[in-house]
Design a protein around this ligand. Structure first.
Ligand code: NDP
Length: 489
């Protein structure tokens, strides 16, 4: 490049702001000599480059995000006192990060995998994070199994590849996964774009109203673009020719003003129902059938602004299901309880203790006023305010009012396995899903499953896997068994 062609906005500088004399030639001892340690502009540039990456998320590494608006369309104050849900027409800024689960940061978008649907509401009472997925259920119901489950999805530590043996060994021995696996290998397991899929809060959460009444709630985000999926063959091809297909589609649709939106629904269960409901309503491997708790439409979510920098706003965005606001709280869902710890822990490790101060993560509609100070990359925001409570210098004070209501507990501590409800089984809802599918959809589900199960090296692993689907539905099991046997013959 000639000097004339290089139109500048003033001098290039070092990180410390000093002008850089030459950004093309390192400083050397003599014309052909070695490079000098005193070339600080060079050393700083190389050192910064080496540190451009932070640890990628151990799950949900591959992601895309956008800002948007949530608009409340129904008065829900009879169920929750959350301020952002208090007035029909009220709008709240949001940030939504979509992701795949198993793939690394640079992996392809069009793969068969659940999608993360992590939503941050910047409310006037602090940020509320709903860290959902595009599926209403999950593979396991207890966080103690999560690291084992993810180890089977990721690369085997010896072979360096994902192994069908590990995947099916774990799923076969964890029958509670049958519902989610049926969902994943069906048509919705590979969405056509991030806009053409639903989102679900998946867990059960607590809502509580001004009168102190408690309700259990599940969130659904129904795509207004309609459900569209890719077949396995279409996805395999697209992953090769355009690994960034979903990320690009989202950004371009927002750029051209074609803002994707979702209709927001909730299912509401009065607190007293939980103890006597036919299955455990806090079991993440199950949905609440719509006929038991009909979805109620409460709002609209629209994405309408792209991030300006992917690393700053998508890679460094952090979400935690422990980020509640007054009127909303946790349920005894054992997966949720584990996630209340794991998300905060992950981002403190990955982004740092002051991750909450970054523009994408800090509250936008209010101010965080804590007594926490210092730590890695602290920006001195608190100036001369005191860093303890109580204090008599006008510092922030506790409110004395918990965000959520207490949940009654009884019994002894222990690693309990005892089912509490008559229908706490692992197969009924997988069967319900199978029977809800058309003949064509069932055929594709069975083909997708069979192709993968056929790759295992041991018959007992394949048989255990098929047996779980047989227990969900006899026809499902028989057709799958035939398909697997044909491929393994
Ligand atoms: P309902 O008839 O009340 O609900 C059926 C649900 O299934 C709808 O939400 C529908 O979503 C969804 N659905 C339709 N086709 C598919 C598909 N190919 N893959 C995944 N989901 C699909 O019945 P139930 O509430 O008794 O649920 C029956 C089964 O439906 C469940 O076992 C579960 O697997 C699945 N499901 C249930 C949900 C719930 O909250 N109850 C939510 C999502 C799935 P849509 O309206 O978008 O087409």
């Amino acid at each position: 490049m000639t000097q004339e062609a290089h139109v500048t906005q003033g001098p290039l500088t070092t990180e410390a702001g000093a002008p850089v004399a030459d950004n093309q030639n390192s400083e050397t001892a003599g014309v052909g000599g070695p490079v000098l340690v005193q070339d600080q502009a060079l050393l700083e540039k190389l050192a910064h480059f080496n540190r451009e990456r932070i640890p990628e998320r151990v799950v949900h590494a591959r992601g895309a995000g956008a800002y948007g608006t949530f608009t409340l369309t129904r008065d829900v104050s009879q169920w929750t006192r959350a301020a952002f849900l208090s007035e029909v027409g009220k709008q709240t800024e949001t940030f939504l990060r979509f992701s795949t689960v198993a793939g690394n940061l640079g992996s392809a978008d069009a793969v068969r995998d659940p999608r993360g649907f992590a939503l941050k509401f910047y409310t006037e009472e602090g940020n509320y994070d709903l860290v959902g997925n595009n599926t209403p259920v999950f593979f396991i119901r207890d966080a103690v199994k999560f690291p084992d489950f993810i180890h089977t999805q990721k690369r085997d530590p010896y072979t360096g590849s994902q192994e069908a043996d590990n995947v099916w060994d774990f799923w076969g021995l964890s029958p509670e996964s049958t519902h989610q696996v049926t969902w994943l290998f069906g048509d919705r397991g590979i969405p056509a774009t991030l806009r053409h899929m639903n989102g679900y809060g998946s867990h059960t959460y607590q809502w509580n109203n001004e009168a102190g009444e408690v309700f259990w709630v599940k969130y659904h985000f129904k795509t207004d673009q309609g459900i569209k999926n890719l077949t396995t063959d279409e996805a395999n091809r697209l992953s090769g020719v355009d690994p960034d297909s979903h990320q690009r589609d989202l950004r371009e649709s927002i750029e051209r003003g074609d803002f994707p939106s979702w209709t927001v629904q909730v299912q509401i269960m009065p607190a007293a129902d939980a103890a006597t409901y036919r299955f455990n309503p806090f079991d993440l491997t199950k949905v609440w059938p719509h006929e038991d708790y009909p979805p109620v439409e409460i709002g609209k979510l629209e994405l309408n602004r792209n991030p300006e920098n992917i690393f700053a706003e998508v890679e460094q965005s952090i979400f935690s299901p422990a980020h509640f606001v007054p009127g909303i709280g946790p349920s005894p869902d054992k997966m949720l309880q584990g996630r209340l710890f794991a998300y905060g822990d992950a981002h403190r490790y990955r982004v740092g203790i002051n991750a909450d101060h970054l523009p994408v993560n800090r509250p936008h509609a209010t101010e965080a006023r804590t007594n926490s100070r210092d730590g890695h990359l602290y920006d001195g925001r608190h100036a001369d305010s005191k860093n303890y409570e109580p204090n008599s210098f006008g510092g922030p004070a506790q409110t004395g009012r918990p965000l959520w209501r207490p949940s009654p507990v009884d019994g002894a501590t222990g690693n309990h396995v005892t089912p509490l409800h008559a229908e706490d089984d692992d197969f009924v809802q997988a069967g319900n899903l199978y029977r809800l599918l058309s003949e064509d959809e069932q055929g594709r589900l069975i083909e997708n499953l069979a192709q993968f199960i056929a790759k295992v090296s041991r018959d007992d692993i394949a048989e255990r896997a098929v047996d779980n689907f047989r227990r969900a539905d006899g026809d499902f099991g028989k057709r799958l068994e035939d398909a697997v046997q044909a491929l393994r013959a």
